[in-house]
Design a protein around this ligand. Structure first.
Ligand code: EPZ
Length: 410
């Protein structure tokens, strides 16, 4: 993979930003919203909740002036995208009640939302679970809450409730992912009063209402990181434009340690293959640690590195589903609990493989590009949730890849 591509806006920053429009009393204008399926799903949910959205040139404009169909986030919508749970906090804050289907688990884990609910209860909400739905009601008042663990959407949900609560809230052990800080900056632009943005303690002084805002979504560090791993894996040279090197720091450090040539610049990063890859151990952890969303992609890289790489997945309980598919391509990987050991380098040869979740799909595409011969990656609808025009970007980088439709295996 060789050439220059531009990072898309971050899906995991755009999703909470869209949900934040539920709080607004005027239109919210977002730019650099990625054209991916999860965004379309969120727009559909917002429409159902009375927030119309329209594309105006480069911007997505959200109009929170509509009448909600029934003011609830139904199971049919929530089950297709867990991030729908981000409607809970803002709906409760703006309307005094919310009824949102429980998201249910997904292939990478149970994905509970107990911290979301405990946080809302700490702000005075009456939270009940019945029939697979969360019912939250009440006038929110400022309160103090400490998350049991850093949770990205948990922090975002409770933050979006606190901004309209009556009084001051102190939220501790917050997630520090760049996407959380981006949401906080949007809320401040809408008139919210938030101190400590980017840190683990957020202090929020509630206001009576939030106006509109114009806001550019931050670049997607996971999408961008995926292509930079691809450069190192395929002996290539990729320049990622419109990126934020600081947000990619945990990955860039590991790529350099593994022997790639990493050159961060002004809103851009260049990664070139070095003279051979050396195995690196990785342990995923909440930001600023190594992102769990890049674990699968990095594992694909380690199949071509000399030595034994130990990858520990500490965030989710079942995020090694790409392992058997990598083994089918020729990788030598042993999994014991939440630790995978990758012995490399091993030659990879093309074969049919099956994607199981968004980031596993990306890992298999990268490994297939490094394999000898043709591979077919099945169920790439997972990819379409979070990667804008992946085949276009890969083809632009000289990869031989095409999207084919055809019978799914099994
Ligand atoms: C967000 O999911 C991302 N999704 C995920 O990206 C990402 O993998 C994850 O953060 C971790 O970085 C969006 O932002 C839309 P968590 P989220 O709450 O918020 C436990 C992708 O590929 N937990 O930070 O659901 C949970 O089980 C997706 O784009 C509780 O126990 O993740 C997990 O072990 C996949 N109770 C850990 O915390 C709770 O109430 C971190 O989960 C909440 C979380």
């Amino acid at each position: 993979m060789t050439g220059t591509i531009r990072a898309s806006g971050a899906k995991n920053a755009a999703l909470p930003a869209l949900a934040a429009s539920l709080l607004a009393s005027e239109p919210v204008e977002l730019t650099r919203v990625p054209a991916v399926r999860d965004i379309r799903t969120m727009r559909h949910l917002l429409d159902h909740l009375g927030v119309r959205s329209e594309e105006r040139g480069e911007a997505l404009v959200l109009h929170p002036d509509g009448e909600p169909a029934d003011g609830e986030a139904p199971y049919e919508l929530v089950k297709t995208m867990r991030a729908s749970v981000l409607s809970l906090g803002p709906l409760l804050a703006r309307r005094g009640h919310a009824r949102v289907s429980l998201p249910g688990g997904c292939s990478i884990g149970v994905r509970p939302i107990d911290q979301h609910l405990a946080g809302l209860a700490a702000l005075g909400a009456d939270v009940r679970l019945e029939g697979g739905y969360v019912e939250a009601t009440g006038r929110l008042v400022g309160g103090r809450f400490r998350f049991e663990m850093p949770t990205v959407t948990g922090t975002e949900n409770v933050l979006m409730a606190a901004v309209l609560a009556d009084g001051v809230s102190v939220l501790e052990n917050c997630a520090r992912e760049p996407e959380v800080a981006d949401l906080a900056r949007l809320l401040v632009r809408m008139g919210a009063r938030i101190e400590g943005v980017g840190g683990e303690t957020l202090t929020v002084e509630g206001v009576s209402e939030l106006g509109g805002a114009r806001h550019e979504i931050i670049p997607d560090r996971i999408e961008g990181g995926t292509y930079l791993v691809g450069a190192a894996l395929t002996g290539g040279d990729v320049i990622l434009e419109g990126a934020e090197p600081a947000d990619l720091a945990p990955l860039l450090e590991k790529l350099a340690d593994a022997g790639a040539r990493v050159e961060p610049g002004e809103r851009r990063v260049r990664v070139r293959a070095g003279g051979g890859l050396i195995s690196q151990d990785v342990e995923t952890s909440p930001h600023p640690g190594f992102p769990t969303d890049l674990q699968a992609q990095f594992m694909a890289l380690m199949t071509q590195a000399r030595g034994v790489a130990t990858l520990s997945e500490t965030v989710f309980e079942n995020r090694f589903q790409h392992v058997p598919e990598l083994v089918r391509l020729g990788a030598a990987i042993e999994v014991k609990g939440h630790v995978a050991q990758v012995h490399g380098p091993t030659p990879l040869s093309g074969s049919p493989v099956m994607a199981t979740d968004l980031r596993a799909s990306a890992c298999l595409v990268l490994a297939a590009l490094a394999a000898e011969g043709e591979s077919v990656v099945h169920r790439i609808y997972h990819l379409d949730r979070g990667y804008e025009d992946m085949e276009g970007k890969l083809q632009h980088l000289g990869a031989s890849v095409e999207r084919v439709s055809g019978p799914e295996p099994g």
